[in-house]
Design a protein around this ligand. Structure first.
Ligand code: ATR
Length: 267
């Protein structure tokens, strides 16, 4: 049976083994998908050992996405744009192709929610790795404009040098309105909310948080209180990025919306 795994540290909390096993069941594919705790200074060694054991592919999670990017023998265009690899694909010659499915996962979930960025005014909050991973696929949908705002303006400005987007400080958003607001900061992990002027949320069709939490994230609650019409957390993106990894390994698209429904129930 073909062997896959998710590599991270910590990794016990990862839902990928359950999710990938369900994708395989629904798609009638026979795979074995594990979870691998790599030492913080031992990602490369861990990958080498797994490769020797016949590993066909891996998901890479915190904190190894940049290291996987550096180690991969080849990179897809979207991994290069993201500067990080969340999916490793074993090629026929045994080398590793690095891919990044986070951004396409987000776009797939936005489409599921009826929030296609095409022709829309889009605001992305945050300028860390999460933002870098989603900008390329968001821009491919051709939004009318894309503004990237960050608490530390300089980081937004630097990211805006690599993508055709406009950088802003949080204060600079006053008086501006958006159709879609995406929170790619880690603020919700600490139950905090970015100090963004309320105008930016007012009337938005959707406020989307990359973080997920049962009962909704701090950002979701706050955005709706400021006048966003709807909100969603990142659970759908998590499932959709996993489904894209599965597709890259197996060439079959699993029924990820079914798996998302099951995951919501089990949470
Ligand atoms: P990564 O490891 O993904 O690159 P990071 O550099 O820690 O992550 O960045 C996380 C993002 O969340 C940053 O944009 C950070 O803003 P700063 O660049 O100003 O630090 C943002 N962030 C985290 N907590 C936040 C909060 N409470 N309010 C606003 N932004 C926050």
């Amino acid at each position: 049976m073909d062997l896959y795994t998710v590599i991270g540290n910590p990794v016990e909390h990862s839902r990928s083994p359950w999710m990938q096993a369900r994708f395989a069941e629904l798609a009638g594919q026979h795979i074995k998908y594990d979870r691998t705790l790599a030492p913080l200074d031992g990602f490369g060694q861990t990958l080498t050992a797994l490769a020797a054991a016949g590993l066909k592919g891996a998901n890479v999670t915190v904190p190894f996405k940049e290291e996987a990017f550096a180690l991969a023998d080849g990179l897809t265009a979207r991994a290069r744009q993201a500067g990080a690899v969340n999916t490793l694909i074993r090629r026929a010659d045994g080398t590793w192709l690095g891919d990044n499915t986070d951004g396409v996962g987000l776009v797939a979930d936005l489409l599921r929610l009826g929030a296609d960025p095409k022709g829309k005014r889009v605001l992305v909050l945050g300028a860390g790795g999460a933002s870098r991973g989603i900008l390329g696929p968001l821009l491919e949908r051709q939004p009318a404009r894309l503004i990237l705002a960050n608490r530390t303006f300089d980081k937004a400005r630097r990211l805006a040098e690599q993508f055709p987007i406009q950088a802003s400080s949080y204060a600079g958003l006053a008086g501006q309105h958006f159709d879609l607001v995406i929170n790619a900061t880690s603020s919700s992990l600490h139950d905090e909310v970015p100090a963004v002027p309320a105008d930016a949320m007012m009337g938005a069709s959707l406020a989307y948080d990359l973080v997920y939490r049962k009962g909704g994230t701090a950002f979701e609650h706050w955005a709706r209180a400021q006048g966003a019409k709807a909100s969603a957390d990142g659970l759908g993106m998590l499932v959709a990025q996993g489904a894209e990894s599965f597709y890259q390994w197996r060439g079959v698209r699993p029924d990820w919306q079914q798996v998302l429904a099951e995951m919501k129930e089990s949470l």
